[in-house]
Design a protein around this ligand. Structure first.
Ligand code: AMP
Length: 215
């Protein structure tokens, strides 16, 4: 497998970019999306995970490592994968590299000034029907409260995008991130991109950087 992991604070635009990059043949796996879907369908994983997510804390490594192992077990060996939201800790990074099939080839680090993150996250809205994402100020839908893509009126704020939980999530991110950057720098696969540019320009930069690696 060719695996690129996306590193960066919540709100740095990893998810948005990953969705765009599926057009270039990458499969996008977001552990946050997987957990939210487990919560929605009421599985035991969802019940366990929600107690951590509601507080902005990380779900324990053992649960997350099993979830990724399960997901990857059904994929073909020639898959090109973008992992968004995993790894969040060094033990999670080590678990990927422990198996020859899931060695990480590139770690893309999304760098963004911290001052922009809180506004980006608290203004974020998602369509509950089709998953399209908006921002009340930066990417508003054409008609307020209505999804441009599917017309649904179910544009909601994620329960962990409220200001109190956002601040906790950023604190957790800062605590874990330096270890991950160090881990992937030592491995020689870290590439940093400036995430405070137009989505289109950022996408072009990422594609250029990924092209040399994923032939
Ligand atoms: P995200 O959508 O990536 O911002 O993730 C939302 C929440 O899901 C996080 O705040 C964590 O509680 C949980 N989560 C997602 N991915 C992981 C992970 N790799 N390790 C631990 N917790 C995670």
């Amino acid at each position: 497998m060719q695996i690129a992991v996306l590193l960066g604070a919540p709100g740095s635009g990893k998810g948005t970019q990953a969705k765009r990059l599926t057009e270039a043949g990458f499969k996008h796996y977001s552990t946050g999306d997987m957990l939210r879907s487990a919560i929605k369908t009421g599985t035991p994983l969802g019940t366990k995970a929600s107690t951590f997510m509601d507080k902005g804390e990380l779900v324990p490594d053992s649960i997350m490592i099993d979830l990724i192992a399960d997901t990857f077990s059904s994929l073909s060996p020639d898959s090109k994968i973008l992992l968004d939201g995993f790894p969040r800790t060094v033990p999670q990074a080590e678990a990927l590299d422990a198996k020859p099939m899931t060695q990480v080839g590139v770690a893309l680090n999304f760098e963004l000034p911290e001052s922009l993150l809180v506004e980006r996250l608290t203004g974020r809205r998602t369509c509950q029907e089709c998953g399209a994402t908006y921002h009340v100020k930066f990417i508003p839908p054409k008609t307020p409260g209505v999804c441009d893509r599917c017309g649904s009126k179910a544009l909601i704020q994620r329960s962990d995008d409220t200001e109190a939980v956002v601040l906790k999530r950023l604190e957790v991110f800062k605590k874990q991130n330096s270890g991950l950057l160090e881990y992937y720098t030592k491995k020689g696969v870290l590439i940093t991109v400036r995430a405070d540019q137009e989505p289109q320009a950022l996408q072009a930069e990422i594609l250029k950087k990924l092209a040399t690696w994923s032939k």
